[in-house]
Each structure stands twice: as C-alpha cells, then as structure tokens.
Design a protein around this ligand. Structure first.
Ligand SMILES: NC(=O)c1ccc[n+]([C@@H]2O[C@H](COP(=O)([O-])OP(=O)(O)OC[C@H]3O[C@@H](n4cnc5c(N)ncnc54)[C@H](O)[C@@H]3O)[C@@H](O)[C@H]2O)c1
Length: 378
C-alpha cells in the first residue's frame, strides 16, 4: 500500500489586535497591509521592509490577521471610505481591499468602559483578555500582538484606578501576548502594573509613536549639541484635526502628549530649553498636520540665529507603517523568547522604555542590532 501523500504545512499566521481598531491609524494600517500584500502599493515608510530586516524572520505582511476593540461601531469599510474622501487613503483603495476590511471588521469586539459600565476592573481585564484569546484560537494563530492606537487619554489621577489603556495592557499580559503602546496614554506605565511590566513573560514596548515634529527634534537636537551650538529656546505649535485633534483639544490629553515631545529635547540637549509645545484642534485640517518649530540658538561670539521648520504630514500615513513594523518586530521577539521592556525599539517612540538613547541615529543603530539579534535567534 502506498503512503498517503503529505499535505504541505500551512504557513503560520499571526494576529494583530488593535485597541482603537476603528480609528484612522488602525484603519490605515489594515488597508495599507492589504494594499502592500496585494502589490497595489510599495511599502514606503515601512522600516521592516528594508535590507537590514530581510533575514530577521519577521512574519510576512500576508500572514497578519487583524482584529481589535473599539467603543464606536462605524464599520471599517465605511471608515476607510471617509479616509479616502479626506485624501488619507488613495481613492479606490477601500473598494480594492474591501474583503480585508470586512474581515477585520468582523473581528472587532466592544471596547470599554463606557459610561454606565459597572464591571469591575478585573472583570474588564478578563473580558478583554478572553476576546483576544478567542480571536487567536478562532483563527488558529501562531501568536498575536496587542497594539494600542486608541484615543489619547488624560493622565490618570493618582487614586489607583486603572485608565482604559492600562486595562487593555493588563489584558494583553494576562492573555500572554506582547503589547505595544503607540499612544501617550498610560498603558503599562501605571504604578499598579510596574512590577508586572518589569517581569512580563512577553516583550512590550512604547510609548507614543514618533512620526513628525518629535522625529525631527530627535535629529536636530543632537545636531545642535554635536556642533556646540547653544540652544536658547525651542518652541512648537501643532495644528491638526481628525479624531486625534479632537482628543487633544482636551488640555489634560494634550499635556500627556507634550510631555513626550519635550522629553526628547531634554534628553538630546542635556537640559530642557525655554519654550513650550502647543496643540490646536483645527477640524478642517482632518488628518493633515502642520507642525512648526522655532529654534533660537547662539553661535560663535554670541551671534544670535534662528532655525524654523514646518512639517506638513498626513498623520495616519506616517503612523500606520510604524504600527505594522512594531507588530512584526514584537511578534518575532515573542517567538524567539524575548521578554520584558524592549528599549531597542526606542527609534519608534517619543517616550521610549528604559535606557534607550534619545538621538535618532543611535536609536536606528540599536534597531539594526536588534534585527541582527532576531536573525541570530532564528
Ligand atoms: N502620526 C500619528 O497619527 C500618531 C503619532 C503618535 C501617536 N498617535 C496616537 O495614535 C492614537 C490614534 O490616533 P488616530 O488618529 O487613529 O485617532 P482616532 O480618533 O481616529 O482613533 C481612535 C480610536 O480609538 C477609539 N477608542 C477610544 N476610546 C477607546 C476605548 N476605551 N477602547 C477602545 N477604543 C477606544 C475611538 O473610538 C477611535 O476609533 C492617538 O492616541 C494618537 O495620539 C498617532
């Protein structure tokens, strides 16, 4: 009797669980992953698609399966249509990737807590953890990563109550999945979670993606320092609309965001210069952000000079490829058994974990070393 022909082993698939799954960044990440997988667009802006990462064993884009939590119910295909009308997604893309958007939409579960929800913190954490575990089992996934891309929260009061971002972060750890905090919200940075974060059996990283003004600051700050030019003041103003602009119209949420932007200057220059950062909500601008920086500095013999920069970016188009990068990197880190905070990924964040360098060049070198480590563990 002849032996049964062996069936090819299916390639492993991995989950990306987005907290804030119906938002601009999340929708752009899901639509963008499908578009690049289908060959409709090149992976512009995805660092993990460049040569240093080629053999690092990262999950392929086509192996990613999306799901998540949100507190609103606008279907993802509809959300993508709105983004295309605003020029964030190319016209025609929502219909070209309609099947992938609909598949991710089916995997979005109700987030929380909404007003009137009287579940305890522990019940909320257990529900969120069970939702993620069910998703992973339901799709027979080889692993999953939880990525927070929900609206920025105000910094929590010091009364011990966990803000929503921390409930989701605790749920990721409870379910045993890596966690990325792409927002300035508290996430794992809550005193109640400090020990769990430090000793986590999964890798985690954050916080607040560095996509525009702070990206530029992490390049220019070291330049002034290395050229021995003395920065007297560094002031910034941001104009943006969209859901992020609306959330940051709350001064407490804006304060959480600005702390990260200012930290980059203190870390790269050695001390925080004079000057502040302001964020203005301008709904008419939608997802298009203008970030203006005014840097007053002294040169030789006290000569007074000024550098001004104007960054005009499409926020979600800048953020989404980084979300895909981070998901792939942490999925791989988990597969090879790395645990705890990953300062090697400081390249991506305004307020990175642990002892990450603050200058973009050093952060990139650390990231490339990390890619080599992921390769060596293969
Ligand atoms: N360049 C960038 O776009 C960039 C850079 C760094 C950080 N971020 C951060 O990414 C986050 C998302 O930005 P966006 O433009 O997609 O915002 P958005 O307003 O379009 O989306 C946020 C989503 O989070 C959902 N949400 C709110 N509370 C929730 C909860 N408790 N549980 C689950 N979902 C919840 C909202 O319903 C919404 O769908 C923001 O915190 C922003 O500060 C963005």
């Amino acid at each position: 009797m002849s032996a049964e022909p062996s069936l090819p082993t299916p390639s492993p698939r991995f989950g990306v669980w987005l907290v804030g799954a119906r938002g601009s960044v999340a929708t752009t990440a899901v639509a963008g992953c499908a578009a690049v997988t289908a060959g409709l667009h090149p992976p512009t802006g995805m660092v993990t698609e460049t040569t240093p990462f080629a053999d690092s064993g990262l999950p392929t884009l086509s192996s990613l399966v999306f799901g998540g939590h949100d507190t609103v119910d606008c279907p993802l295909p509809k959300r993508a249509e709105h983004l295309a009308e605003g020029g964030v997604l190319p016209h025609g893309l929502p219909s070209a990737v309609a099947a992938e958007l609909a598949a991710a939409d089916r995997e979005i579960r109700p987030g929380g807590p909404l007003p009137g929800d009287n579940r305890t913190q522990d019940e909320l954490i257990s529900t969120f953890a069970a939702d993620i575990t069910d998703f992973v089992r339901g799709h027979d996934l080889a692993g999953a990563v939880v990525v927070n891309v929900a609206s920025t929260e105000p910094a929590p009061a010091r009364d011990g109550a966990l803000p929503p971002s921390s409930l989701y972060a605790a749920a990721a750890l409870r379910a045993g999945f890596p966690y990325v905090n792409f927002t300035p919200s508290t996430g794992l940075h809550h005193p109640t979670l400090a020990a769990a974060a430090a000793n986590a059996a999964v890798p985690h990283t954050g916080r607040d993606g560095k996509t525009g003004q702070t990206l530029l600051r992490s390049v220019l700050g070291p330049m002034f320092l290395q050229r021995a030019l003395s920065v007297r003041a560094w002031s910034g103003t941001n104009l943006l609309g969209g859901g992020d602009g609306a959330a940051l119209a709350d001064p407490a949420a804006a304060a959480a965001k600005n702390a990260g932007k200012e930290r980059v200057l203190a870390d790269t220059l050695g001390a925080a210069p004079q000057g502040e950062v302001h964020i203005d909500d301008v709904p008419a601008l939608g997802d298009w952000k203008t970030a203006w920086d005014h840097i007053a500095f002294d040169g030789f013999l006290g000569a007074r000079m000024v550098l001004q920069t104007t960054w005009q970016g499409c926020d979600s188009a800048l953020a989404a490829p980084l979300v895909l990068d981070l998901a792939r990197l942490l999925l791989r880190a988990h597969t090879v058994g790395l645990t705890g905070p990953r300062p090697e990924l400081g390249f991506y964040f305004k307020d990175p974990d642990g002892a990450a360098p603050a200058a973009l060049g050093e952060q990139y070198a650390a990231l490339v070393d990390f890619a080599a480590r992921l390769r060596a563990e293969a």
